[in-house]
Design a protein around this ligand. Structure first.
Ligand code: BF8
Length: 637
């Protein structure tokens, strides 16, 4: 039997894994074990399937073929494969953003009635940025124009896209000099696919530079539009209390899990499960109510705005079903394992897919159309209620573990908490950094990956950063991991933070790890960096800041795109495992050394989270020295 402590450090996860031992239920960890040894060519990035001259592969030992049939060498093949990953990641985020921008336009037009403009201030702020007339116009009229402008930015042929203007002047100059100011992300992705076609771009630096530009089109374009449009339609998050881990599932209620990345869909679900008609139906079916919980980034979206509890992060999706207590898992887009289907077959759980873009064999598809959101959601929830009658109560196993947390720390909230309602500013944060209470800022984000013990990478890294007075901004599955470990509670500062960070958290009443949202909300971290610079005293460019990024358990192509737009924005970023580039020494050197001279940021690959923390802290110290900041007030914890 596998050792569950090697699979996860999370007690709830370990318990469910133990509980299903001996049952014919396969999880991602089992499939990962079966897959060993994983393909070495793939890991090194030196397999090319881009045309049918191949598939080709380069001999990493230098004895066999060093070129594909077309003549492409390891550098070209590795760089092309990497650019394909960036394009796919940027596409996923940006297509999500496009959907929200479209919904904003439709709300303005009065064509959808279940959503409304909820953050008028942000609507106007964005409209001003695009030179849209505000005076004397209704919010709906403004929303139509803003929706159009957002949609226009996706396809902007010449660029630069509007949100680039939010970056510091120096940063824009760096991008200009490198020739990587993004045009519309659609154009960048199409050009990426063109460049990697056989016989087009064969020069690794040129290929990677385009990858940087495409990723910037994601971070400062597609993802940022997703975040801002969601805030306008669903409201900008504010601090909210929540609960996390599999223990949020309820034995006596109809459990419905929303899983994926959509923000509009769970918004409707959060409303419908409170509908007295639905609750009555649930009671008639023998349940005590309806319990909505979230998984992955959809969960982060609906937690931040509706206090809907988080059932878990990426590697827990199959385990939620394996509790035997889930009537329905409603999935939309991204990070949904096809393996869920087989686990669901072992139980009564019904999986419903709601996106035209994400079908699964044998899984019911109910198109979630925003034009009729509430009615569609009611029909889905009714199915879940009906399914409760099929639950085999003798097979239910819900671990008790759950933790309270604080989420919803948008960029606006940080400046408001720090500066007060009438003096929105990042100045107090800057002062704490300048006077040596806080060493610096780390963005710790990204996925889980069975290659690393679940949550171990995130938690070990975050613990070490906190101990050394580094405040952590977190999103995605990393934020969920931090929540499960209690790092999203203000009290965590007492237990985990260094003395200086503890003093600041205590004075302001914030947790030492700030939950800033879902993966598209990494754009909030970019804006926070810009706000810090505006507040003064910490340099003129993002690359001047005593800051670093990390994705200790990354696995998705979105994480590659995120990593690239952080590095291209000037942030030193440590990935828990290497990207599939080690088959080319030149590409590896470019990413981990030379990029710094191009954009002020670079990658490091470090699987050991303690060593990753050291790399980040050393980098932060180096930036503190360059800024001539005061020595740290205390020496950590
Ligand atoms: O977008 S962190 S596993 S759920 S890819 Fe996926 Fe990674 Fe989780 Fe959110 Ni982001």
């Amino acid at each position: 039997m596998p050792d569950v402590t090697k699979r996860s450090v999370d007690p709830a996860t370990q318990q469910v894994l133990k509980h299903i031992e001996g049952q014919p239920i396969k999880t991602t960890w089992d499939r990962h074990d079966e897959m060993q040894p994983q393909c070495g060519f793939g890991q090194l990035g030196i397999c090319c399937t881009n045309c049918y001259l191949g598939p080709c592969r380069i001999d990493p030992f230098g004895e066999g073929a060093q070129q594909g049939v077309c003549g492409a060498d390891a550098d070209t093949i590795v760089a092309r494969n990497l650019l394909r990953h960036i394009a796919a990641g940027a596409a996923a985020h940006s297509d999500h953003g496009r959907g929200v921008a479209h919904a904003l336009h439709l709300v303005g037009k009065g064509k959808i009635h279940d959503y409304h403009i909820q953050d008028e201030e942000k609507l106007k702020q964005m409209a001003k940025m695009y030179d849209i007339k505000i005076e004397g116009r209704s919010k709906e009229e403004i929303a139509v124009d803003l929706g159009d402008k957002f949609l226009g930015d996706f396809g902007s042929q010449e660029g630069p896209i509007k949100f680039i203007s939010r970056a510091p002047r120096k940063r824009i100059e760096v991008w200009k000099k490198a020739g990587i100011i993004p045009r519309g992300v659609d154009r960048e992705i199409v050009e990426a696919m063109h460049r990697v076609h056989i016989g087009v771009d064969n020069e690794y630096k040129s290929i990677i530079l385009h990858g940087m530009r495409a990723s910037l089109g994601d971070g400062w374009g597609g993802s940022m539009i997703a975040t801002e449009a969601q805030d306008i339609l669903l409201r900008t998050p504010e601090p909210i209390r929540g609960t996390v881990n599999l223990g949020v599932l309820k034995e006596d209620q109809v459990n419905i899990i929303v899983h994926g990345h959509e923000a509009l869909l769970p918004e409707a679900a959060a409303k419908v499960v409170k509908d007295p008609e639905m609750i009555k139906l649930a009671k008639e079916a023998g349940a005590n109510g309806i319990n909505l919980a979230g998984m992955c980034c959809t969960a982060n979206e609906v937690l931040m705005r509706h206090e809907v509890p988080l059932a878990g992060n990426f590697l827990q999706q199959e385990l939620a079903i394996a509790t035997g207590a889930v009537e329905m898992m409603m999935v939309d887009i991204q990070c949904i394992m096809p393996g869920l289907i087989d686990v669901a077959k072992c139980f009564h759980t019904e999986i419903i897919t709601t996106s035209e873009k994400a079908k699964f064999p044998g899984v019911t598809f109910i198109h979630f159309d925003e034009h009729d959101a509430i009615n569609i959601m009611k029909s889905i929830v009714k199915k879940a209620i009906e399914n409760y009658k099929k639950r085999d109560k003798s097979r239910v196993f819900i671990p008790k573990d759950k933790k309270d947390l604080v989420a919803g720390i948008s960029t606006e909230v940080i400046s408001c908490i720090l500066g007060g309602k009438y003096l929105n500013t990042f100045k107090p944060l800057n002062e704490a950094i300048i006077n040596g209470r806080i060493r610096g800022v780390a963005g710790v984000v990204g996925c889980n990956n069975p290659k690393i013990t679940h949550d171990y990478g995130h938690l070990t890294l975050v613990k070490e950063l906190l101990k050394n007075d580094v405040i952590v901004l977190s999103t995605g599955c990393s934020a969920i991991a931090c929540g499960k470990a209690g790092f999203l509670q203000p009290e965590a500062a007492f237990e985990a933070a260094g003395k200086g960070l503890k003093e600041v958290c205590e004075a302001v009443g914030i947790p030492p790890v700030l939950h800033m949202g879902s993966c598209v909300d990494n754009s909030r971290i970019l804006i926070a960096a810009c706000e810090v610079l505006k507040a003064g005293g910490l340099g003129e460019d993002i690359s001047d800041l005593p800051a670093a990024g990390a994705a200790p358990e990354w696995m998705s192509e979105k994480a590659i795109s995120i990593g690239f737009y952080f590095v291209s924005s000037g942030v030193f970023t440590v990935l828990g495992g290497a990207m599939p580039v080690l088959g080319s020494q030149n590409v590896t050197k470019f990413l981990t050394e030379d990029m710094e001279s191009v954009c002020g940021g670079k990658f490091a690959f470090e699987a050991d989270p303690l060593k990753a923390a050291t790399l980040m802290i050393d980098h932060i110290n180096k930036k503190r020295e360059a800024l001539r900041l005061r020595p740290m007030m205390y020496q950590g914890k």
